[in-house]
Design a protein around this ligand. Structure first.
Ligand code: ADP
Length: 221
């Protein structure tokens, strides 16, 4: 089912994760209904988020009363209590909300959420940890990894491609990756061409299969 990109979002839980999600959606001008059982948190966020309401989302009747069934997107941002997270997700599935995102604190928690019917399971801590590992271990400065093992990485260029043009180093043929953009110090990123010569202090944007990119990023500095 296709969900309009401006559909209002139901967020359950205003802990650190839920509040960050709600706050960012609000900045993106998305309508949000944020629910928490804690009155203090509801009060705290009521000025920053379009709609906030106090309710125990473990109760399907409470969810019906706040109109949860009318939402096409929901985020379950309750993690520390696995039991609550599972009950809430099951309620949202029973209310036939088509897009349910749920945060998991462990692989088994995530497996249960997926089995109940969450469409997207998020592992914020595991994902942040993997990110940090990538960033501290090499020359990657930032990266986005997509579901299908494809990634885009901002990094310092490894030695084999420095001082020559991209055509000469034949990065695509040798390493299976594509240099998309190049940034020289003090300048803006430009699209890379076969004639682009990469120098020592440049930054590059590379795209390709995650494994190929990792190999490329661990080439001689
Ligand atoms: P974080 O790690 O992102 O801070 P937590 O799991 O600690 O996430 O926070 C979850 C939030 O969800 C808390 O603010 C808590 O009050 C709220 N919450 C927990 N159970 C329920 C529930 N049954 N209904 C509504 N909100 C809940």
């Amino acid at each position: 089912e296709r969900i309009p990109h401006d559909a209002p979002v139901l967020i359950i839980g205003l802990g650190r994760f839920g509040a960050a999600t709600a706050g960012q959606l609000d900045r993106l001008d998305r309508e949000v209904l944020a629910v928490d059982e804690n009155a203090g948190l509801v009060q705290k966020w009521s000025e920053r988020v379009t709609h906030t309401v106090q309710a125990d989302a473990r109760s399907i009747d409470a969810l019906r009363q706040i109109g949860a069934q009318d939402f096409s997107v929901a985020v379950v941002a309750v993690g520390s209590s696995v039991e609550a997270s599972v009950l809430i997700t099951a309620n949202l599935v029973d209310l036939k909300i088509p897009q349910i995102w749920a945060k998991a604190i462990s692989q088994s928690h995530g497996k249960i959420l997926a089995r109940i019917g969450a469409n997207h399971v998020i592992y914020p801590e595991a994902e942040a940890g993997e990110r940090v590992a990538h960033l501290v271990s090499g020359r990657m400065i930032d990266f986005i990894e997509f579901d299908d093992d494809f990634a885009i990485v901002k990094m310092y260029p490894p030695k084999p491609i420095r001082g020559v043009s991209l055509a000469e180093s034949s990065v695509r043929r040798k390493y299976g990756i594509t240099v998309v953009g190049v940034k020289s110090p003090g300048k803006e990123f430009t699209y890379a061409t076969p004639d682009s010569v990469i120098s020592n202090h440049d930054l590059i944007i590379v795209s390709g299969n995650s494994v190929d990119i990792e190999k490329f990023a661990s080439l001689q500095a």
